[in-house]
Write a protein that binds this ligand. Structure first.
Ligand code: TYD
Ligand code: MG
Length: 445
């Protein structure tokens, strides 16, 4: 094979071809093939690392492995972020040598939280999107100690690696902001292409393991929920964190969807304020206003990890003038919402085929639990009837309702886990969880 061959690389999926095509035969995208110079044998296959030194490879016996880790202590090399909500989400804290994907929509506060992290424990901030001056301004605004920050302004993974080799192991953590603007000479494709993102992530993971430092990789998520340049990074890293919330609102939830070192159902709650993100303790989470029930509103208690959270679900059910009635949901899973509409039609007799249905969750929180099913139905019922759901009698006293329960296809209501915890949370607002066996009971509460 000739050395300086020209090849064609798809910007979308990173696949390589010997011929140009209008449509990538691998991912089906149009006009994504770009002509690039082949790097000869380095380019063969999908893992083309030209700098590999095979002579250095050796096997390690597990019994003697411990001493290799040097500074790893009995706690297994876990250290605190200095931010307790952050620690809780990670399990116990940051694991030495781990690669963490920190994902979220642009503008949600990823750089802010990770700046605060470095402000607390010190580390390297690889700035690919902002200048050192911009980060300096943020550090000042957040009132953090500038001494804790080493800023490396680069878009090159090769430079990061070279820098870290030169400085030896002085950093416990590094933040790479963001993976979408990183690239390496080892990979083909332009910055932001799947090939580059994959290669950059792979290299960062290798660096993390080799140096025993934790690397937080910032990844922007596009509107449709993928980590831009697909979700393909999730299986590569040790931990995946999602930072979410409504951009107009100030509440932010840090969630883990994958964690090799801890639970995946814990969340951390923050509030975006003038001076950055502030941790919110359980007692402070109060997303509902007290008082009478409103038309189209139903309160539920979801469990986010081990903490109960009271949320309001709002429904707007109005006669439709469109040939296909609208179903617009925010914070509620589309398929689950559709199912609730079908159940409402069947079990509650609501003629929703000729009504538009809008559903939303206050605070920009995404509900992932089926325990909110009953609340969705109660909110729709209230909006449809144009009357608030009434207080109900229990043990001789009237209580405002809280709706908790998974609803089956037949309209049966199933009691959910952590019932008592949810009940206790409801009581803090002077409410009670409604107990019912079938959704039909909503009608005669
Ligand atoms: P940023 O961390 O830059 O978002 P990301 O890195 O996820 O794209 O946060 C951007 C928003 O946060 C911006 O609109 C301003 C706001 N913000 C505050 O409200 N308070 C602050 O102290 C800071 C630093 C940012
Ligand atoms: Mg940012």
């Amino acid at each position: 094979m000739k050395n300086k061959e020209m090849i064609f690389v798809c910007n979308n999926c990173g696949n390589e071809f010997s011929k140009w095509m209008g449509q990538c035969s691998s991912c089906g995208e149009w006009n994504t093939l770009k002509e690039v110079k082949s790097l000869g044998k380095a380019i063969k296959g999908s893992t083309h690392r030209s700098t590999r030194t095979f002579e250095k490879l050796e096997v390690k016996n597990l019994a003697v492995l411990r001493q290799d880790f040097g500074s790893v202590k009995e706690n297994g090399g876990v250290f605190s972020t200095g931010i307790s909500e952050f620690d809780r989400v990670l399990g116990k804290g940051i694991v030495q040598g781990s690669a963490v994907l920190f994902a979220g929509e642009p503008g949600i506060g990823k750089s802010t939280l990770l700046t605060q992290l470095i402000g607390k424990i010190g580390g390297l901030y690889v700035a690919g999107e902002e200048s050192a001056e911009q980060i300096g301004l943020r550090v000042k605004r957040l009132g953090l100690n500038a001494n804790n920050f080493d800023i490396l302004g680069t878009n090159s993974i090769d430079e990061i690696e070279e820098f870290l080799d030169r400085t030896k192991n002085v950093y416990k953590i590094a933040v790479v902001d963001s993976i979408q603007v990183m690239s390496s000479e080892n990979a083909t494709g332009v910055i932001g292409s799947v090939g580059q993102i994959k290669e950059s992530t792979f290299r960062l993971i290798q660096i993390a393991k080799k140096k025993g430092m934790a690397i937080f990789i910032v990844g922007h998520v596009t509107k449709d929920g993928d980590i831009a340049g697909p979700k393909l990074l999730e299986h590569m890293v040790d931990t995946v964190l999602y930072f979410e919330g409504e951009k107009n609102g100030d509440l932010r939830i840090l969630r883990t969807t994958k964690n090799r070192f801890g639970p995946t159902d814990e969340v951390g709650v923050f509030k975006m304020e003038e001076k950055g993100l502030r941790e919110i303790k359980s007692e402070e989470i109060n997303l509902i206003e007290n008082g009478e029930n409103k038309i189209g509103s139903a309160i539920t208690v979801t469990m986010e990890g081990t903490r109960p959270m009271m949320l309001e679900i709002q429904a707007l059910v109005v006669e439709s003038f469109a040939p296909m009635p609208k179903r617009i949901f925010s914070g509620i899973d589309y398929n689950r919402g559709q199912l609730m509409i079908a159940i409402a039609q069947k079990s509650l007799g609501m003629p929703l085929y000729k009504y538009d249905v809008f559903l939303s969750v206050t605070g920009g929180i995404k509900i992932e639990e089926t325990a909110a099913d009953l609340a969705v139905l109660a909110a729709m019922w209230s909006s449809y009837k144009s009357t608030p759901n009434p207080s109900f009698d229990k043990e001789g006293r009237k209580s405002l309702p809280v709706w908790v329960g998974e609803v089956s296809l037949l309209g049966e209501v199933k009691k959910t886990r952590n019932w008592e915890k949810r009940q206790k949370e409801a009581e803090t607002m002077g409410r009670r969880v409604v107990e019912m066996k079938n959704v039909k009971e909503i009608k005669n509460l």
